[in-house]
Design a protein around this ligand. Structure first.
Ligand code: ZN
Length: 427
């Protein structure tokens, strides 16, 4: 092993600052409490929108979406209404491990599929399609298979067979821990990043179990966090005083009360229309459309020259944006305000990919979950999820009190990414 200080990053997908604090205080995560006592623990601002692909892309590059080019889980093929699935090849800025002079081990970071050759080990996180394309170097594939390593759980099972889903979640956590131990011991690494993503899966389906001590899966929920905390304890015991341990999440979570179908609102208010007799989908929108939405709350102006059925001219765009802002500002469901913030893209993004960004990005207020589905028959509904992502609500925890000196009181995922990059390039 190298004598130089090393950097360890532990990611907990979707874990809010308040939840981690509470688990640490209430002895569910005693090792995390130990770190909080010794180190520096702060709330951190997620990305906008507050989804894993966007936030982790900022954490691994230290830049905003208009620079790294990832704005959502799905995106538009430029100049069309076709949807595509951006992956690691679309990331416009190199992640930190390419500037690390030594070996890096990168495990399970979302939106890093397919893997590229690098100095060390990279196992991509969700959404990963093919095991072989998710692992570098290919020589470790047999070992990962022996350990029962899974790239992700089958979330579909949570809809039909919850017990099976939970069993899979547990098995994938155990296998990930086995794999981290194997890689920790067998590589002479300078930076090690291990991301836990079962936390996000658990909270989408079982946020109600977290809140209700009598829920049949409440114990499972807590045990998942206990197991992660034991791994954190193991890591703390293995690192030396000069090594830096960074724990962080990418966004927060809260109880989901209602899904809100933004395109349903746009259609009912005359902003969105489909070709007569056609199915309500993006490919069928007509030139009567002024705006449409993609998940979670990304609003695009149907601009002339930019899209095939574009109808809003450059000079009318601002008025259209104002009308939309007015519409979303006044949106209420059950007497509650639905939208907490509306951003114009230039308010929050800057960089060469700005043109690809949605024109407005909406953040939902408490309990509301924005959806871009085109086919919804009503404005609001309730699917199988009981938890939803939140902004700002992520956390940042470092094992050294001095390291956050230069940070603001509430750093962002971009600040965390910049810190990681500068730290790793020096090691
Ligand atoms: Zn999620």
């Amino acid at each position: 092993m190298s004598e130089k200080p090393r950097t360890v990053i532990v990611g907990l997908d979707g874990v809010p600052f308040d939840m981690l604090k509470m688990f640490a205080h209430s002895s569910i995560m005693p090792n995390t409490q130990r770190l909080i006592d010794q180190g520096s623990f702060r709330p951190m601002r997620s990305s906008i929108p507050e989804i894993s692909s966007v936030a982790w892309s900022s954490i691994i590059t230290g830049v905003n979406p208009a620079e790294h080019g990832i704005f959502g889980f799905m995106d538009l093929v430029s100049g069309s209404y076709k949807m595509r699935f951006p992956n690691f090849q679309d990331l416009q800025v190199s992640p930190f491990w390419y500037s690390c002079p030594g070996q890096a081990v990168i495990m399970n970071v979302p939106s890093t599929y397919p893997v590229h050759p690098m100095n060390g080990v990279h196992i991509s996180g969700f959404v990963s399609l093919d095991f072989e394309k998710s692992v570098h170097p290919p020589s470790i594939v047999p070992q990962l298979r022996r350990l029962g390593y899974r790239l992700d759980v089958d979330a579909q099972k949570a809809h039909s067979a919850m017990d099976e889903f939970l069993e899979e979640l547990h098995a994938s956590l155990e296998a990930r821990i086995q794999a981290y131990r194997y890689l920790w011991d067998n590589y002479d690494w300078q930076v090690f990043m291990l991301t836990f993503t079962g936390t996000d899966r658990l909270m989408h389906f079982l946020f109600d179990a977290y809140e209700d001590p009598d829920h049949q899966h409440h114990g499972f929920f807590l045990d998942h966090f206990r197991t992660i905390d034991q791994t954190i304890g193991e890591i703390v015991d293995k690192i030396s005083g000069d090594d830096v341990l960074i724990m962080l999440s990418d966004h927060g979570f809260e109880r989901l009360q209602k899904d809100v179908y933004v395109n349903h609102l746009l259609a009912s208010e005359g902003f969105l229309a489909f070709q007569p007799g056609s199915e309500p989908k993006l490919a069928n929108i007509s030139s009567a459309t002024k705006a449409f939405a993609l998940d979670p709350g990304r609003i695009y102006i149907n601009q002339k020259g930019k899209y095939p059925a574009g109808s809003v001219s450059e000079k009318d765009k601002d008025a259209c944006l104002k009308d939309l802002q007015q519409l979303f500002c006044s949106l209420e469901i059950d007497g509650k305000q639905v939208i907490k913030h509306i951003y114009r893209k230039q308010d929050i993004y800057a960089g060469p990919c700005l043109d690809q960004a949605a024109d407005l990005i909406l953040l939902a207020d408490k309990g509301f979950n924005l959806k871009g589905s085109m086919a919804a028959e009503q404005l609001a509904g309730k699917g199988p999820f009981t938890g939803k992502h939140t902004y700002p609500d992520a956390f940042l925890l470092l094992n050294n009190k001095d390291l956050l000196r230069d940070f603001t009181d509430q750093p962002s995922v971009i600040d965390a990414g910049k810190f990681i990059k500068s730290r790793v390039s020096r090691t």
